[in-house]
Design a protein. Structure first.
Length: 335
């Protein structure tokens, strides 16, 4: 369970994870959305009754739909990602996703085949080939179902979540600027939604997890460096940065045991969507997060710039060849 949290003392992005099972991957099938190809990435929102039955259901659904627009405009992957949205009574936001343990070589080859942008070229120039990942030296990478779709990796990778969705997102609209009756209006609903969508799509880190499943890195961990320009997979110091080349730092990670997710950004300075701790009154829009999604396998549309949201909405096998493990990840942003 991934989660979005408030500021320290208030709420923050935190994550809880539980290991599911090991299974044998049977047969090969080209992974896709199960529907016809699309001109761009499609994210299909499913609203449960806690959303549709709310006092401000129409506005909240409109805010969710608006928050999806940048992804569907800026990425051209011909896939459909299903996400269920529901209301939660505590915290700020949370996400549940399913991950598979694939061979690093499978993921690396897929990243090469998918590369289209300058950021892809930079990232790949600093990734080694072969069987072992450059982060921990193991032969595996943990990757979420949505990210598997984006990379077009062959195999059968069911999500196991209700309705076959790729993620489940919970939102506490009682404290967001677009929310149900009695909301305090402190936090941007758009930013909360997009923070959780980013994690469903594949952003996040396995650093600092006690469950053995997460001893292997997540895809984004391929781009986790310390200040000296060396890859890092440790919480030994508050020294971890998102970088495609080990030199240019795009964001500083939340690399301390403060209750926030280690794949989220260090809070401080200009608020960002992927910050570990939400900032009251701030309305951050997608920026570095889009470059990170590009680097983990989503295809950016060239010539289209990311634009701010309208102010009204500021707001889970080792290829398919051997054993594949999958795990359920939940993150919760709590007070």
């Amino acid at each position: 369970m991934g989660s979005l949290q408030l500021p320290q003392g208030c709420a923050r992005f935190s994550r809880l994870r539980s290991l599911a099972v090991l299974s044998t991957a049977l047969g090969l099938a080209l992974l896709g959305s199960g529907s016809a190809a699309h001109a761009q990435l499609v994210i299909t929102p499913i609203f449960d009754s806690t959303i549709t039955g709310g006092t401000n259901a129409a506005a909240i659904q409109a805010a969710i739909n608006a928050a999806l627009v940048p992804y569907q405009t800026l990425f051209s992957d011909p896939i459909n990602i299903g996400i269920q949205f529901g209301e939660m009574s505590s915290g700020l936001g949370q996400s549940s996703t399913v991950l598979y343990k694939l061979q690093y070589a499978t993921v690396h080859n897929a990243l090469i085949a998918d590369a289209t942008s300058a950021d892809d070229a930079t990232a790949l120039a600093h990734l080694t080939g072969g069987a072992n990942n450059p982060v921990t030296g193991s032969t595996f990478i943990n990757i979420k179902t949505a990210n598997i779709k984006a990379l077009g990796i062959a195999g059968s990778f069911p999500s196991g979540l209700p309705g076959g969705v790729d993620g489940i997102i919970g939102l506490n609209t009682h404290i967001t600027d677009i929310g149900n009756a009695g909301t305090t209006g402190q936090y941007s609903l758009s930013a909360v939604i997009q923070h959780e969508i980013d994690e469903v799509l594949g952003l996040g880190s396995d650093v600092g997890e006690s469950d053995p499943f997460f001893a292997d890195p997540a895809v984004e961990d391929l781009y986790r460096y310390n200040a000296a320009g060396a890859r890092t997979f440790s919480l030994a110091s508050d020294d971890a940065f998102l970088s495609l080349d080990g030199t240019t730092d795009l964001a500083r990670y939340n690399n301390v045991n403060n209750g926030g997710d280690t794949g989220d950004y260090h809070t401080g300075g200009t608020p960002q969507v992927q910050d570990a701790f939400a900032t009251p009154g701030a309305h951050p829009v997608l920026g570095v997060e889009l470059r990170a999604l590009d680097a983990i396998g989503y295809t950016r549309v060239t010539g289209v710039a990311a634009t701010p949201e309208p102010s009204a909405y500021a707001m889970l096998g080792a290829g398919a060849l051997a054993l594949s493990g999958y795990g359920l990840r939940r993150r919760k942003r709590s007070k």
